[in-house]
Design a protein around this ligand. Structure first.
Ligand code: ACO
Length: 336
């Protein structure tokens, strides 16, 4: 599905941003003691030096999401009771019922605001931002809290080296409100998927969900499994294609865009896209060295770091880009 702004409709403004991540650091040197790997291999293949992981006794998707949204509300000068709706993108909800979004809505004082979880893996935050923009433009909602959060450390097999080195935990959140100026907000968006490629990245719960050919995967049942090379090829191509598509369909060049806020999957994937598209360093924020791949938390955390650093301001055009399990991919061209 792709959609452009409906002429004459209201606009949408991002008025606050926040993020949260655990204190606990898991470094490459820690991983060297857990699996057969090395700091040099991880840095060279992924650009990751360390990542944050939750203490599962006291932290999780609920606490990080709640904290990120509370910070976004503070940043906006709003309270939970100002929100009509909360959308939480995650593949690591503590429970399937209730949604984590409902508990977050209660915790920030937003009840009886609507609340639901959205599943699109690493593309989740961009999916949620696009859905929220469309719901506000429909005229039915005035203010929506969007959160992207994953705590993949809770479903990573730390006895297996190919997946465990990549992921970290974090949450990013924005508060979006209706604006009378129809030119602000999402000017162009894509939400796309290719379900035929699901075995590239999946979390099986039962033996019968394991696709043919992956029966001997050493990753434990219930943990994230990945065909790294397949995902790599997909991500490199999609990263480039969705940015090109957003620019071309809107007659824009790289010079018109203040920041490309991109999913942090692997430093080599980011570098490849920068090189192929000619994106300058200062327009692509990178935090994968310190946080790893945070799945649905990744783009929201990047957005918050860029926002809090004052690198983007009212009137700027930005592009959000993500791709992940499903397989899914999404872009969002925003006039701030
Ligand atoms: N330490 C040391 N050696 C390792 C490790 C490790 N942690 N992992 C794999 N190796 C070995 C392999 O066994 C292999 O050895 P062999 O040549 O003797 O068979 C060798 O290193 C090369 O393995 P590859 O899998 O080919 O390594 P590659 O260069 O592809 O890097 C990686 C692997 C980092 C996983 C890469 O494929 C990648 O980044 N893929 C994309 C991952 C990604 O972004 N996933 C998230 C998607 S987003 C979402 O929705 C969650």
């Amino acid at each position: 599905m792709t959609a452009t702004t409906i002429p004459g409709a209201c606009g949408v403004r991002i008025v606050g941003s926040g993020s949260a991540y655990p204190e606990r650091v898991l470094s490459n040197f820690d991983l060297e003691k857990m699996v057969d790997t090395s700091n040099d291999w991880i840095v060279q293949r992924t650009g990751i030096h360390e990542r944050r992981i939750v203490n599962p006794q006291t932290e999780g998707t609920f606490t990080l999401s709640r904290d990120a949204l509370n910070k976004a509300l503070d940043n906006a000068g709003m309270t939970g009771s100002d929100l009509d709706l909360i959308i939480l993108a995650t593949v690591t909800a503590e429970m399937t019922c209730p949604s984590t979004a409902c508990r977050v809505a209660d915790a920030v004082g937003a009840a009886p605001a609507g609340a639901f979880d959205l599943v699109a893996a690493c593309s989740g935050f961009v999916y949620a931002v696009n859905v929220a923009d469309s719901m506000i433009r429909s005229g039915r909602y005035k203010s929506i809290g969007v959160i992207g959060c994953d705590t993949l450390s809770t479903i990573v097999d730390y006895e297996e080296r190919t997946v465990s080195i990549l992921f970290g935990d974090s949450a990013g959140s924005v508060v979006m409100v209706r604006d009378d100026d129809p030119t602000v907000g999402c000017r162009y968006q894509t939400l796309q998927s290719d379900g035929s490629m699901w075995p590239s990245l999946y979390i099986p719960r039962r033996d019968q969900e394991v696709p043919a050919g992956d029966e001997n995967n050493p990753v434990r049942m219930g943990n994230l499994r990945m065909q790294g090379r397949e995902v790599y090829k997909f991500a490199v191509t999609k990263f480039r294609d969705v940015i090109r598509d957003a620019l071309e369909k809107n007659n824009l060049t790289i010079d018109d865009v203040a920041q490309f806020v991109c999913h942090q999957s692997n430093m080599r994937i980011i570098e490849s896209a920068k090189e192929k598209l000619g994106l300058p360093d200062e327009k692509v924020h990178v935090n994968i060295d310190k946080f790893g791949n945070c799945s649905a938390g990744s783009v929201g955390l990047c957005f918050d770091q860029v926002w809090q650093a004052g690198k983007i301001k009212r009137g700027d055009l930005i592009v959000l880009v993500a791709f992940g399990g499903g397989l899914t991919w999404a872009s969002s061209l925003w006039q701030l």
